[in-house]
Write a protein that binds this ligand. Structure first.
Ligand code: NAD
Length: 294
């Protein structure tokens, strides 16, 4: 069997086009545009590229995009003050503080300072708690993207055995909560899991969110499984430059799986598209508009 490659770029482009239409419907009802503000502290080159792409795609979807760039020496108190200003600004629907933050800043304190109603990253404990209780919540973007890719690929989630590798608050835990909400039987594996290969072999759905290049091999995959590779690992290429690879060894896994995401071009493009979706959802909640009615 050779797996069908899930085209995350195409799914993300369709989602962004759908969002752009809904933004117009939102504007007609709320008489304003949804607004996203991204805060970047320091000069991490990867974060700068990511923030630039967020800005471009937010504007392309017809929303207001603002970027606040702060020096790498910014103190925690200064960043908390910026967050407080954004919390109080009625034109701001979504606040995203780009991670990682410099060492002198307590990331958790910043996450908890963001108004949960504007927490488009879905990391605030109020949103994480709501997600775990199965209540409507702003949900982390990458996990939302994984679920959309599974659904668009026609994967049967209800009743499936799903194994999530990784337990971060950004990916592993929320994607497990979403799979559970969709009625999968969910196992969360992590760095202390015994015999990870055997755990994986039970899975109809594997979500790899580890950050270890090609950890998951083809002989860990149950024939006919769906494989979603969240990992982004920069490694040296033969050309002497660097290239991106996932947490799954693509060729061997694709030889046994039914569907599989590539890296790059799989989950990655979905993350920003889902951020736009979350910004629109946050704007709808704030205007007391049912997002499903757009
Ligand atoms: P993290 O470092 O916070 O968490 C990694 C998790 O993997 C931990 O829970 C750890 O227990 C587990 N783990 C580590 N080694 C393991 C091993 N040998 N066996 C089993 N589990 C192990 O990382 P994260 O933020 O969740 O990100 C995971 C990966 O996903 C990274 O490569 C990151 O770059 C990527 N990522 C991609 C996107 C995207 O948009 N595609 C978004 C977020 C993260």
């Amino acid at each position: 069997m050779t797996a069908t490659r899930i085209d995350g770029k195409a799914v993300a482009a369709d989602l962004r086009a759908e969002i752009a239409v809904k933004v117009k419907a939102f504007e007609a009802r709320a008489r304003r545009l949804p607004g996203l503000t991204v805060v970047l502290v320091g000069e991490d080159p990867a974060s700068e590229v990511y923030v630039r792409n967020k800005g471009i795609q937010t504007r392309e979807a017809g929303m207001v995009s603002n970027e606040i760039k702060l020096p790498g020496t910014t103190s925690q108190a200064e960043l908390l003050a910026v967050v407080a200003t954004l919390n109080a600004d009625p034109a701001v629907d979504g606040i995203l503080v780009q991670m990682p933050l410099p060492q002198q800043i307590d990331t958790q304190a910043i996450i908890e300072a963001i108004d949960p109603a504007k927490d488009v990253d879905g990391l605030h404990p109020a949103n994480a708690g709501r997600l775990n209780q199965g209540i409507e919540a702003l949900t982390p973007c990458t996990p939302l993207g994984c679920m959309i890719l599974l659904e668009k690929s026609g994967v049967q989630i209800a009743g499936a055995n799903a194994v999530v590798i990784g337990r971060s608050i950004l990916v592993g835990r929320p994607v497990a909560a979403l799979l559970l909400a969709a009625n999968a039987t969910v196992t969360i594996a992590h760095s202390r899991t015994r015999d990870l290969a055997a755990v994986c072999r039970q899975a109809d759905i594997v979500i790899a969110a580890v950050g270890k290049p090609e950890l998951v091999r083809g002989d860990w995959i149950k024939p006919g499984a769906a494989v979603i590779d969240v990992g982004i690992n920069r490694v040296a290429a033969d050309s002497g430059k660097t290239k991106l690879i996932g947490d799954v060894h693509y060729e061997s896994a694709a030889a046994v799986a039914d569907v599989i995401t590539p890296v790059p071009g799989g989950v990655g493009p979905m993350t920003i598209a889902c951020l736009l979706q979350n910004t629109l959802t946050a704007a709808c909640y704030r205007e007391k508009i049912d997002p499903k009615s757009l």
